[in-house]
Design a protein. Structure first.
Length: 456
């Protein structure tokens, strides 16, 4: 059978399959968006309508981003917040974010997802918890951006229901009532969630955090997620402030609160997970929970180092997240993979982590977070044709001849050469395929300027 696309002559194909096969001179065939054959240089290759020569390149599964706030790229490197920890950072930025509307959500999502694609990302989630009064249907606006770019998208219908008058952090006009949140969440799932294998769009429910929603909303969100059979996402144990708030407000640690409201299940993936203790790590693993590790954001906000080596050992699905572009300020999954490797070495020892661990976290770890193991995150026959091709030639790779995977993560910074989603290139030769880049950049500059003027 003729394939739609053949990627061939790779220096190495890192399949990240169950046997962790690495195929020198390897090739990958994709038909109807799914992988139909994988082989080495000695295996016969199928004929194909299109082909991509991967000479000198490492071929990996497409990377998976498991935590983001795409709208935040409108307020990158905003000086008043650059030296603040989490709570102060949020209080500085909320006044700007009140100006978000459908156009802002669409343009910021397009820019943020394009940036991710340039770093080898083929699937991204988004935690859209901000819904300003009269802002419009922000979730549909960002889904339209993902569809336009051709990237696989896993947005969440986030929410906040505790404003400053209730003891929370956000201003009153960006929060909603619990009943409204649940009704709008159900409507979003019914409109956008695709349960089919290889779906391009799926939706999860995502109350923002324990300090911005009611306990009742956390409990009722679990009930709704079970009714609709969708996943759950929230911020969890992000830093010492988070711990202190939970103890002062709920009389318990964040883990105990998560358990009390019914979120300790394999339907859940959490963001950050910086502060769990040893016993909590064991219970998180036993529950089959997922954790989005956001190393750059944790560093820039001085939140701490997530114990991902211990979490993985306990059975937690650890994925990678770039987090919002107003904290990490960049949307590169390659950078996050490298930071994850370095921080794991710093926390657990030089031999505790390597590039292969980071690649696993960036691929199948993310698939586990999103409930899509066996579908995305590996180069395996029958899984989706989501592929990243990394050029390992040039000055920065001189001398790196022994191990292409270690070279990929140690010898950068690097960007992806080609990003392929469902068999379709969305980045080719380091450039986005889309012809809308200039249009979106112009709109983004205008909206970002308006947002900062609005806050003033």
């Amino acid at each position: 059978m003729m394939a739609d696309l053949l990627i061939h002559n790779a220096r190495l194909v890192a399949t990240v399959d169950a046997s962790r096969r690495e195929l020198p001179g390897g090739w990958v065939a994709i038909t109807d968006g799914l992988i139909t054959a994988v082989g080495t240089s000695t295996d016969p290759q199928p004929a194909a309508t299109r082909s991509i020569d991967a000479t000198g390149c490492l071929v990996t599964p497409g990377l998976i981003n498991t935590h983001h706030h795409l709208f935040q790229n409108l307020t990158r490197a905003y000086p008043p917040m650059t030296s603040s920890p989490l709570f102060g950072w949020l209080q500085t930025l909320y006044p700007l974010w009140r100006a978000l509307d459908e156009e802002g959500a669409h343009v910021s999502a397009w820019i943020g997802l394009a940036e991710l694609a340039l770093s080898g990302c083929t699937t991204s989630t988004d935690h859209l918890y901000l819904h300003p009064r009269n802002g419009g249907d922000l979730l549909s606006a960002e889904i339209a951006a993902a569809t336009d770019l051709g990237i696989r998208f896993h947005p969440t219908r986030g929410s906040m229901s505790l404003s400053q008058k209730d003891g929370g952090l956000p201003p009153d006009d960006v929060v909603q009532e619990d009943d409204d949140i649940l009704a709008l969440s159900q409507a979003a799932v019914e409109r956008h969630h695709d349960r089919s294998f290889g779906a391009m769009t799926r939706v999860a429910l995502a109350p923002c955090s324990p300090f911005s929603v009611t306990k009742e909303l956390m409990i009722r969100s679990v009930e709704l997620a079970e009714q609709l059979d969708v996943r759950l996402h929230t911020h969890f144990a992000e830093n010492a402030e988070d711990d202190d708030f939970s103890i002062a407000t709920f009389g318990c640690r964040p883990f105990e609160y998560l358990k009390e409201v019914g979120w300790l299940s394999n339907r859940t993936w959490v963001a950050h997970c910086v502060m769990p203790n040893d016993e909590e790590i064991k219970q998180l693993g036993a529950a089959g929970i997922g954790a989005a590790h956001c190393p750059s954001s944790n560093l820039i906000l001085s939140s701490g180092i997530s114990p991902i080596v211990d979490l993985r050992t306990a059975g937690v699905h650890v994925g990678l997240g770039v987090d919002g572009s107003s904290s990490a300020d960049s949307g590169s999954l390659w950078i996050e993979a490298r930071q994850a490797m370095l921080l794991a070495k710093l926390r657990n020892g030089a031999d505790a982590a390597d590039a292969r661990m980071a690649l696993e976290v960036a691929t199948i770890g993310g698939a586990g977070c999103l409930g899509r193991l066996g579908e995305i995150g590996q180069i395996v026959v029958g899984q989706v044709g989501d592929i990243a091709i990394w050029d390992l030639t040039g000055i920065q790779f001189a001398g790196a001849i022994a191990d292409p995977i270690e070279a990929w993560l140690r010898c950068g910074p690097t960007s992806v050469r080609d990003t392929i989603v469902h068999g379709n290139p969305i980045v080719r030769d380091h450039q986005l395929v889309s012809n809308k880049v200039d249009e979106m950049m112009t709109a983004h500059t205008r909206i970002a300027a308006h947002m900062q003027k609005f806050a003033g």
